[in-house]
Design a protein around this ligand. Structure first.
Ligand SMILES: [Zn+2]
Ligand SMILES: [Zn+2]
Length: 301
């Protein structure tokens, strides 16, 4: 279904609904952001963030880079920096609101003043292939953007990096976050974002986990740390097990079941009991879809 929304209030309603109905993935692209004085939007964001304590919903927010001077949009996002992936992109003009079932492409920024005063329009997509096309645009923006992290996370990351040599290979686990024209962005098992030149690691699949030997180089930037794998070898895909039936599946602790097991148990999501660890497959009590790893794997991962 494609729906054209010609009323500003209608656009606002869809934005709130997309945020609140996200169960797996929420992505917001808005060059300008103003949340202050907009309680309904703040409540919607807090609602998904609270739900996100189980780490079920991945939240990405992309806003515009302001090369000179303060970025007010980033200031507005500061309470959310530790819980969401936040990127700044040069010359950003798209406004998109996406969850795993719905995508809204609109003229409206996530800006309180716009919701109240501006004339806005939006087009809502629910057909899977269209929703995925929109997602691809957002992934492209992620690959082109700079991830922004809090000062606290920056310091933690620097401490972790200091254990690495800039000359020697070390083993690294990572998940492919996005692929652009030049860079592959990956997220490490410690939750940090790193990048690889596409030419150095062809064939990596979006959303999959890998283990490889890498040499890292890093620099502190205004927004976070810019970490590049200057060399990469012995790339190996990491597989996981369905926590219920044990079948080999893609490693993804946020979705640790095969499709049939997931659909059978969907309504208990968050407290579905499993029999084995998602990573090592060891039979274990106390495994659930929200805690899919045994203790050893949890600390090693
Ligand atoms: Zn299964
Ligand atoms: Zn395990």
């Amino acid at each position: 279904m494609v729906k054209v929304i010609t009323e500003t209030d209608g656009v606002t309603a869809e934005i709130l609904s997309i945020i609140k109905r996200a169960r797996k993935e929420l992505m917001i692209v808005s060059p300008y952001i103003q949340l202050d004085g907009w309680p309904r939007l703040n409540d919607a964001l807090k609602y998904v963030l609270n739900d996100n304590e189980k780490n079920e919903i991945e939240i990405t927010i992309i806003t515009r880079n302001q090369p000179n001077g303060n970025n007010k949009s980033l200031d507005e996002l500061s309470p959310y920096l530790d819980r969401c992936r936040v990127y700044v992109v040069d010359d950003l003009h798209s406004k998109v609101y996406y969850n795993e079932t719905t995508a809204l492409v609109t003229s409206m920024n996530m800006y309180q003043h716009s919701a109240e005063k501006n004339h806005e329009i939006g087009v809502l997509f629910e057909e899977r292939d269209k929703v995925l096309d929109v997602r691809e645009h957002i992934k492209y923006l992620m690959s082109a953007g700079q991830k922004t992290v809090s000062e606290k996370k920056k310091n933690l990351e620097e401490t972790t990096l200091a254990k690495n040599s800039k000359e020697q290979f070390s083993i690294q686990k990572f998940m492919v976050l996005s692929k652009g024209n030049k860079w592959i962005k990956v997220e490490t098992d410690e939750g940090y974002e790193n990048k690889i030149l596409i030419a150095n690691a062809p064939g990596l699949k979006d959303g999959s986990w890998y283990e490889a030997e890498v040499i890292k180089n890093w620099n502190r930037t205004k927004y976070g740390l810019d970490v590049e794998y200057t060399q990469i070898k012995n790339i190996r895909k990491i597989q996981g097990n369905c926590i219920i039936c044990g079948e080999e599946i893609e490693l993804d602790p946020t979705h640790p079941m095969c499709k049939p097991c997931y659909f059978k148990n969907k309504k208990y999501r968050g407290s579905i009991f499993g029999k084995q660890c998602h990573i090592c497959g060891t039979k274990q009590s106390g495994i659930t879809d929200s805690k899919p790893l045994c203790k050893d794997c949890y600390y090693a991962f």
